[in-house]
Every structure is written in structure tokens, then in C-alpha cells.
Ligand binder design. Structure first.
Ligand SMILES: C[S@@+](CC[C@H](N)C(=O)[O-])C[C@H]1O[C@@H](n2cnc3c(N)ncnc32)[C@H](O)[C@@H]1O
Length: 308
């Protein structure tokens, strides 16, 4: 099976909205190529400077590449993507453009390797692609990953903000459910902190397959239950920590269930919320009974830690 790589040139301000829309429209992976990245110095976690290939970045503004299974990417879907994105309020129509490319399944793994290097994602966690050698001088907790077609390499702010909450509050005796696990990165982080009871859920079969492969790489496949599931609708267990890095309107749907499924004093760690929606989510969390413990913001994305 092949993949359609759909590239969209946009102005920087609309990146979170466009990413959210593409996820909603069923993109299986989104890569953000920011022309500003080429101006920065890139250092990996053991101090080596690595070069980015200018050919991988646009000369100006932002290029978003998103990936769809070729069977899903119909003409109607393409029309819908174009229409939805061109109707965004602050989109710059002078910059907006679309292009399409077919990627053979066999080339996919190499595509990722161009983008993915070891890096420190938070105070305690470093992410190491499974094909890279790594010398862990800082004694970080290492998450070994091969993201494949699932979201969650740790370099997206929505994921790294979750890692920051996790390292601050998660304790070995907690029971954790990771809703929308994607690559499994957040469940692996909890395992590295000594958590014994972890359940990882995703709506997408492919994400569960990738998550299971990543659990094996991190030697925790027997300690984490990984299954498909839709939010907390089928859940009957009680948890100390519920994590969900999805999108504001989907998180909204699980606020009441999360409160019910949490033990007293438990944490609801949410992310994937664009700034414009954060007040709405905070209000709803408070109305449900939660106390807002910490709010992190990065690149117009918001991550909220609420406590029961
Ligand atoms: C932004 S990714 C997060 C991946 C990873 N947890 C991270 O933090 O990097 C969101 C994930 O939520 C999953 N998802 C979306 N809607 C869902 C739902 N209703 N129930 C369960 N998972 C869902 C998607 O398939 C995707 O893997």
C-alpha cells in the first residue's frame, strides 16, 4: 500500500489550526517544516551539532506535510481539505498552496529518518530513534521510538508538555490510562517512572500496532495493556492518572467520564488544545469539579493538568 504525502504552504500563525483540521480529516501523520528552523543551531542531546538539509525545508513560511493511506485520499477528501483550510480566518491566501506526492510504503521508514534525531524532550526524558546509537551521559530516562505512521515522536509541543506533567506528578504506585496513545510514547514514559498498571488506548488499529512495537523496543510489552478503544466510553476501571493528548473538541467529550473514572486526588493530563479553545476547556473542567493545577503553553498549544 502507498501513502499520499499532501503538502500545504501556510503562514505560521495558522499552524495549530491547520494541524488540528488535518488530524480531524484523518491524516495519519503531520510533519511541520518551518523555514526558521534552518536559521537555528541544531545540537543533539550529547552535544553534536547536526545539519539540517535545506532541501527538506521551504524557503519561506511553513510547509505542512500530511500523510494519508492512498485508499482514503479520495478526490472529495482533497476538495474538502482545500475548502476547509482556505476558509480559516487568518489564512494568508498569498502563501497558501497545495501539492501532492505518492510515497511507496517501502520508502516510508527512510522519510522519517531524515527528520528524527535523539533529543531531550523534558527535564528527565530523552527520545532516541531506534536506529540511532546513543550515549546517555545525563542519565536521562530514555524512550526508544520508531514512530512509523503513528503520531508521537515527542518533538511536538503537545507531547513534550505531557511528558513535563508526567515527570512532575506520576508515581510508581499510580494506575494510568493513556487515551489516544499514538506511538505509545506517554505510556512508555510512565513505565520508565516505575508505573506497574498502564493501559494504552487508541481509536486507530495502526496506532495500537505501532505502540505495541514500541513497547517491545522498550521492554515493557508485558506491562502495558494496549487495545483499541473510543475515549473512556467502554471503561469501567478506576485510575489515578488519565492522559489524553487529542484535540480540544474530543477532550471536551471525555471530561465528564474522566472525572468519574479518576480516584480522589487523581490527575487528568490533557493536551492538543489550541489557545483559542483553552478557556472553554478550563471552564468545563472546573464546572465538572476539577481544580486546575498547571497550564503549560507552547507555540499556541495548551496543555492542562487538572486534579480531582
Ligand atoms: C495527537 S495524537 C497523540 C499521540 C501521543 N499520545 C502523543 O502524545 O504524542 C492523538 C491520538 O489520539 C487518537 N484518537 C483520536 N480520537 C480518539 C478517540 N476518540 N479515542 C481514542 N483515541 C483517539 C489518534 O488516533 C491519535 O493516535
Amino acid at each position: 500500500m502507498n501513502w499520499i504525502e499532501y503538502s500545504i504552504m501556510i503562514n505560521k500563525e495558522v499552524e495549530p489550526v491547520v494541524t488540528a483540521l488535518l488530524n480531524e480529516l484523518g491524516a495519519n501523520g503531520v510533519v511541520i517544516e518551518d523555514s526558521n528552523e534552518l536559521q537555528k543551531e541544531h545540537e543533539d542531546v550529547y552535544g553534536e551539532i547536526y545539519e539540517l538539509n535545506p532541501a527538506d525545508y521551504p524557503e519561506h513560511d511553513i510547509r505542512i506535510k500530511c500523510y494519508f493511506n492512498e485508499l482514503v485520499f479520495t478526490e472529495d477528501l482533497e476538495v474538502e481539505i482545500k475548502k476547509t483550510i482556505s476558509e480559516i480566518d487568518s489564512i494568508d491566501s498569498q502563501i497558501l498552496s497545495f501539492s501532492k506526492n505518492v510515497i511507496k510504503e517501502s520508502d516510508w521508514e527512510n522519510e522519517w529518518k531524515n527528520y528524527f534525531h535523539p533529543f531531550k524532550a523534558s527535564e528527565r526524558f530523552s527520545i532516541v530513534p531506534s536506529w540511532e546509537e546513543y550515549d546517555n551521559e545525563d542519565n536521562d530516562l530514555l524512550i526508544e521510538l520508531d514512530p512509523g505512521m503513528a503520531f508521537g515522536t515527542g518533538d511536538h509541543p503537545t507531547t513534550s508538555m505531557c511528558l513535563k506533567h508526567i515527570e512532575e506528578v506520576v508515581k510508581p504506585e499510580h494506575s494510568v490510562i493513556d487515551v489516544g496513545t499514538g506511538s505509545g510514547i506517554l505510556s512508555i514514559a510512565c513505565h520508565l517512572l516505575g508505573v506497574k498498571s498502564i493501559k494504552a488506548l487508541d481509536l486507530d488499529d495502526l496506532a495500537i500496532k505501532v505502540a505495541k512495537e514500541n513497547f517491545e523496543k522498550n521492554n515493557c510489552e508485558t506491562d502495558i495493556i494496549a487495545e483499541t478503544g473510543n475515549l473512556l466510553t467502554e471503561e469501567t476501571g478506576q485510575y489515578d492518572v488519565i492522559i489524553a493528548n487529542i484535540l480540544a473538541h474530543i477532550i471536551d467529550l471525555m471530561i465528564a467520564d474522566s472525572y468519574e473514572r479518576l480516584n480522589e486526588g487523581g490527575y487528568f493530563i490533557t493536551s492538543g488544545i489550541i489557545e483559542e479553545k483553552s478557556e472553554e476547556i478550563i471552564d468545563k473542567l472546573e464546572e465538572t469539579g476539577y481544580t486546575i493545577e498547571k497550564v503549560l503553553k507552547e507555540d499556541s498549544w495548551v496543555s492542562i493538568r487538572a486534579r480531582k
